[in-house]
Design a protein around this ligand. Sequence first.
Ligand SMILES: NC(=O)c1ccc[n+]([C@@H]2O[C@H](COP(=O)([O-])OP(=O)(O)OC[C@H]3O[C@@H](n4cnc5c(N)ncnc54)[C@H](O)[C@@H]3O)[C@@H](O)[C@H]2O)c1
Length: 383
Amino acid sequence: MTRRTVRIAMNGVTGRMGYRQHLVRSILALREQGGLDLGDGTVLWPEPVLLGRREHALREIAERYGLEHVSTDLDTVLADPDVDVYFDSQVTSAREESLRKAIAAGKHVYTEKPTATGLAGALELARLARDRGIRHGVVQDKIFLPGLRKLKRLVDAGFFGRVLSVRGEFGYWVFEGDWQPAQRPSWNYRAEDGGGIVVDMFPHWEYVLHELFGRVTSVQALATTHIPQRWDEHGKPYDATADDAAYGIFEIEGGAIAQINSSWAVRVHRDELVEFQVDGTHGSAVAGLRHCRAQHRGATPKPVWNPDLPATEVFRDQWQEVPDNAEFDNGFKEQWELFLRHVHTGTPYHWDLLAGARGVQLAELALRSSAEGRRIDVPEVAL
Ligand SMILES: NC(=O)c1ccc[n+]([C@@H]2O[C@H](COP(=O)([O-])OP(=O)(O)OC[C@H]3O[C@@H](n4cnc5c(N)ncnc54)[C@H](O)[C@@H]3O)[C@@H](O)[C@H]2O)c1
């Protein structure tokens, strides 16, 4: 086996996503398993360069994991010919400029979503990447979740017949930050810092709907701020200027209708933090992060509406667990592996900056729909 090092500049590794999911659960996990076997006698060995604004925080992480490379200077890192890939999990508002620089420097880029703060910027990134001839990818982790992979298996098997509707419920209570610390960063609740549940979650809904059921052709959304004041990481009160809940309806190519509630101001009475119920002519399924339960047409009971009597059936018991039938690794890591293979062996990879732009587009049009109080068509994006 030949060991080949791939040096990855990771910008934003002190953050929630950058640290836990991308550095520890993906890149360091790949090192723990001995690298990524490309299947051609080569093993890729990821070598992270921890990049960010706070040197002491980066050094602390580097020491914890025995890593060598740390920098607070993006330009110098991008000028280093040994750096192959630039990865970005910074706050959303800082992303576009850094990605532009990385593309201009000829690095392959992999990035968290949303790729930019508006569709024009997201498309421009995709164009620049195409013209520079680099390889690029955007995190679309939800479709790598075990629950959604099992749901996809049902779709591919034709289990649903004609899909009629999809109902998604996402959210949980995010503490305001006064009497209990908030479990999400405060910038998420400030529009001026790139926050808001629509820009955060609608890019996910775009690829989930697109990959499983078809392209979204229209959106109607109502975005709102239920909790107008919150307390930040230093216990200081601030005005929550971004939407913390959004109620969306989406038309899907082929006729299915999706309705997804997203909220950081809802208490969970569900089995998982996100769940999608799919109803089709031949069967239905409810999928979450890990589980997927199905009910076939032939096993559908016949409830009769009668408010005078207590329910005689336990409806949840009438569904069948879809078995794993496979081992599921961390979804972020699986997508990293596919991206690194794509970079090194040219295997196809469609979760790219153009796919990322579709997510930005849906968020942008959803916010416009909410502001204007009307349904809006979603045109196909093209470079
Ligand atoms: N794929 C997913 O499921 C998922 C989930 C959550 C967040 N995200 C995305 O990941 C990105 C990071 O989110 P997070 O929750 O990890 O945020 P976070 O606040 O925990 O981390 C942000 C990172 O950006 C850095 N940063 C750079 N410039 C900054 C600035 N001007 N102000 C503040 N921090 C700055 C911080 O040092 C930190 O490393 C966001 O773009 C978000 O949309 C994706």
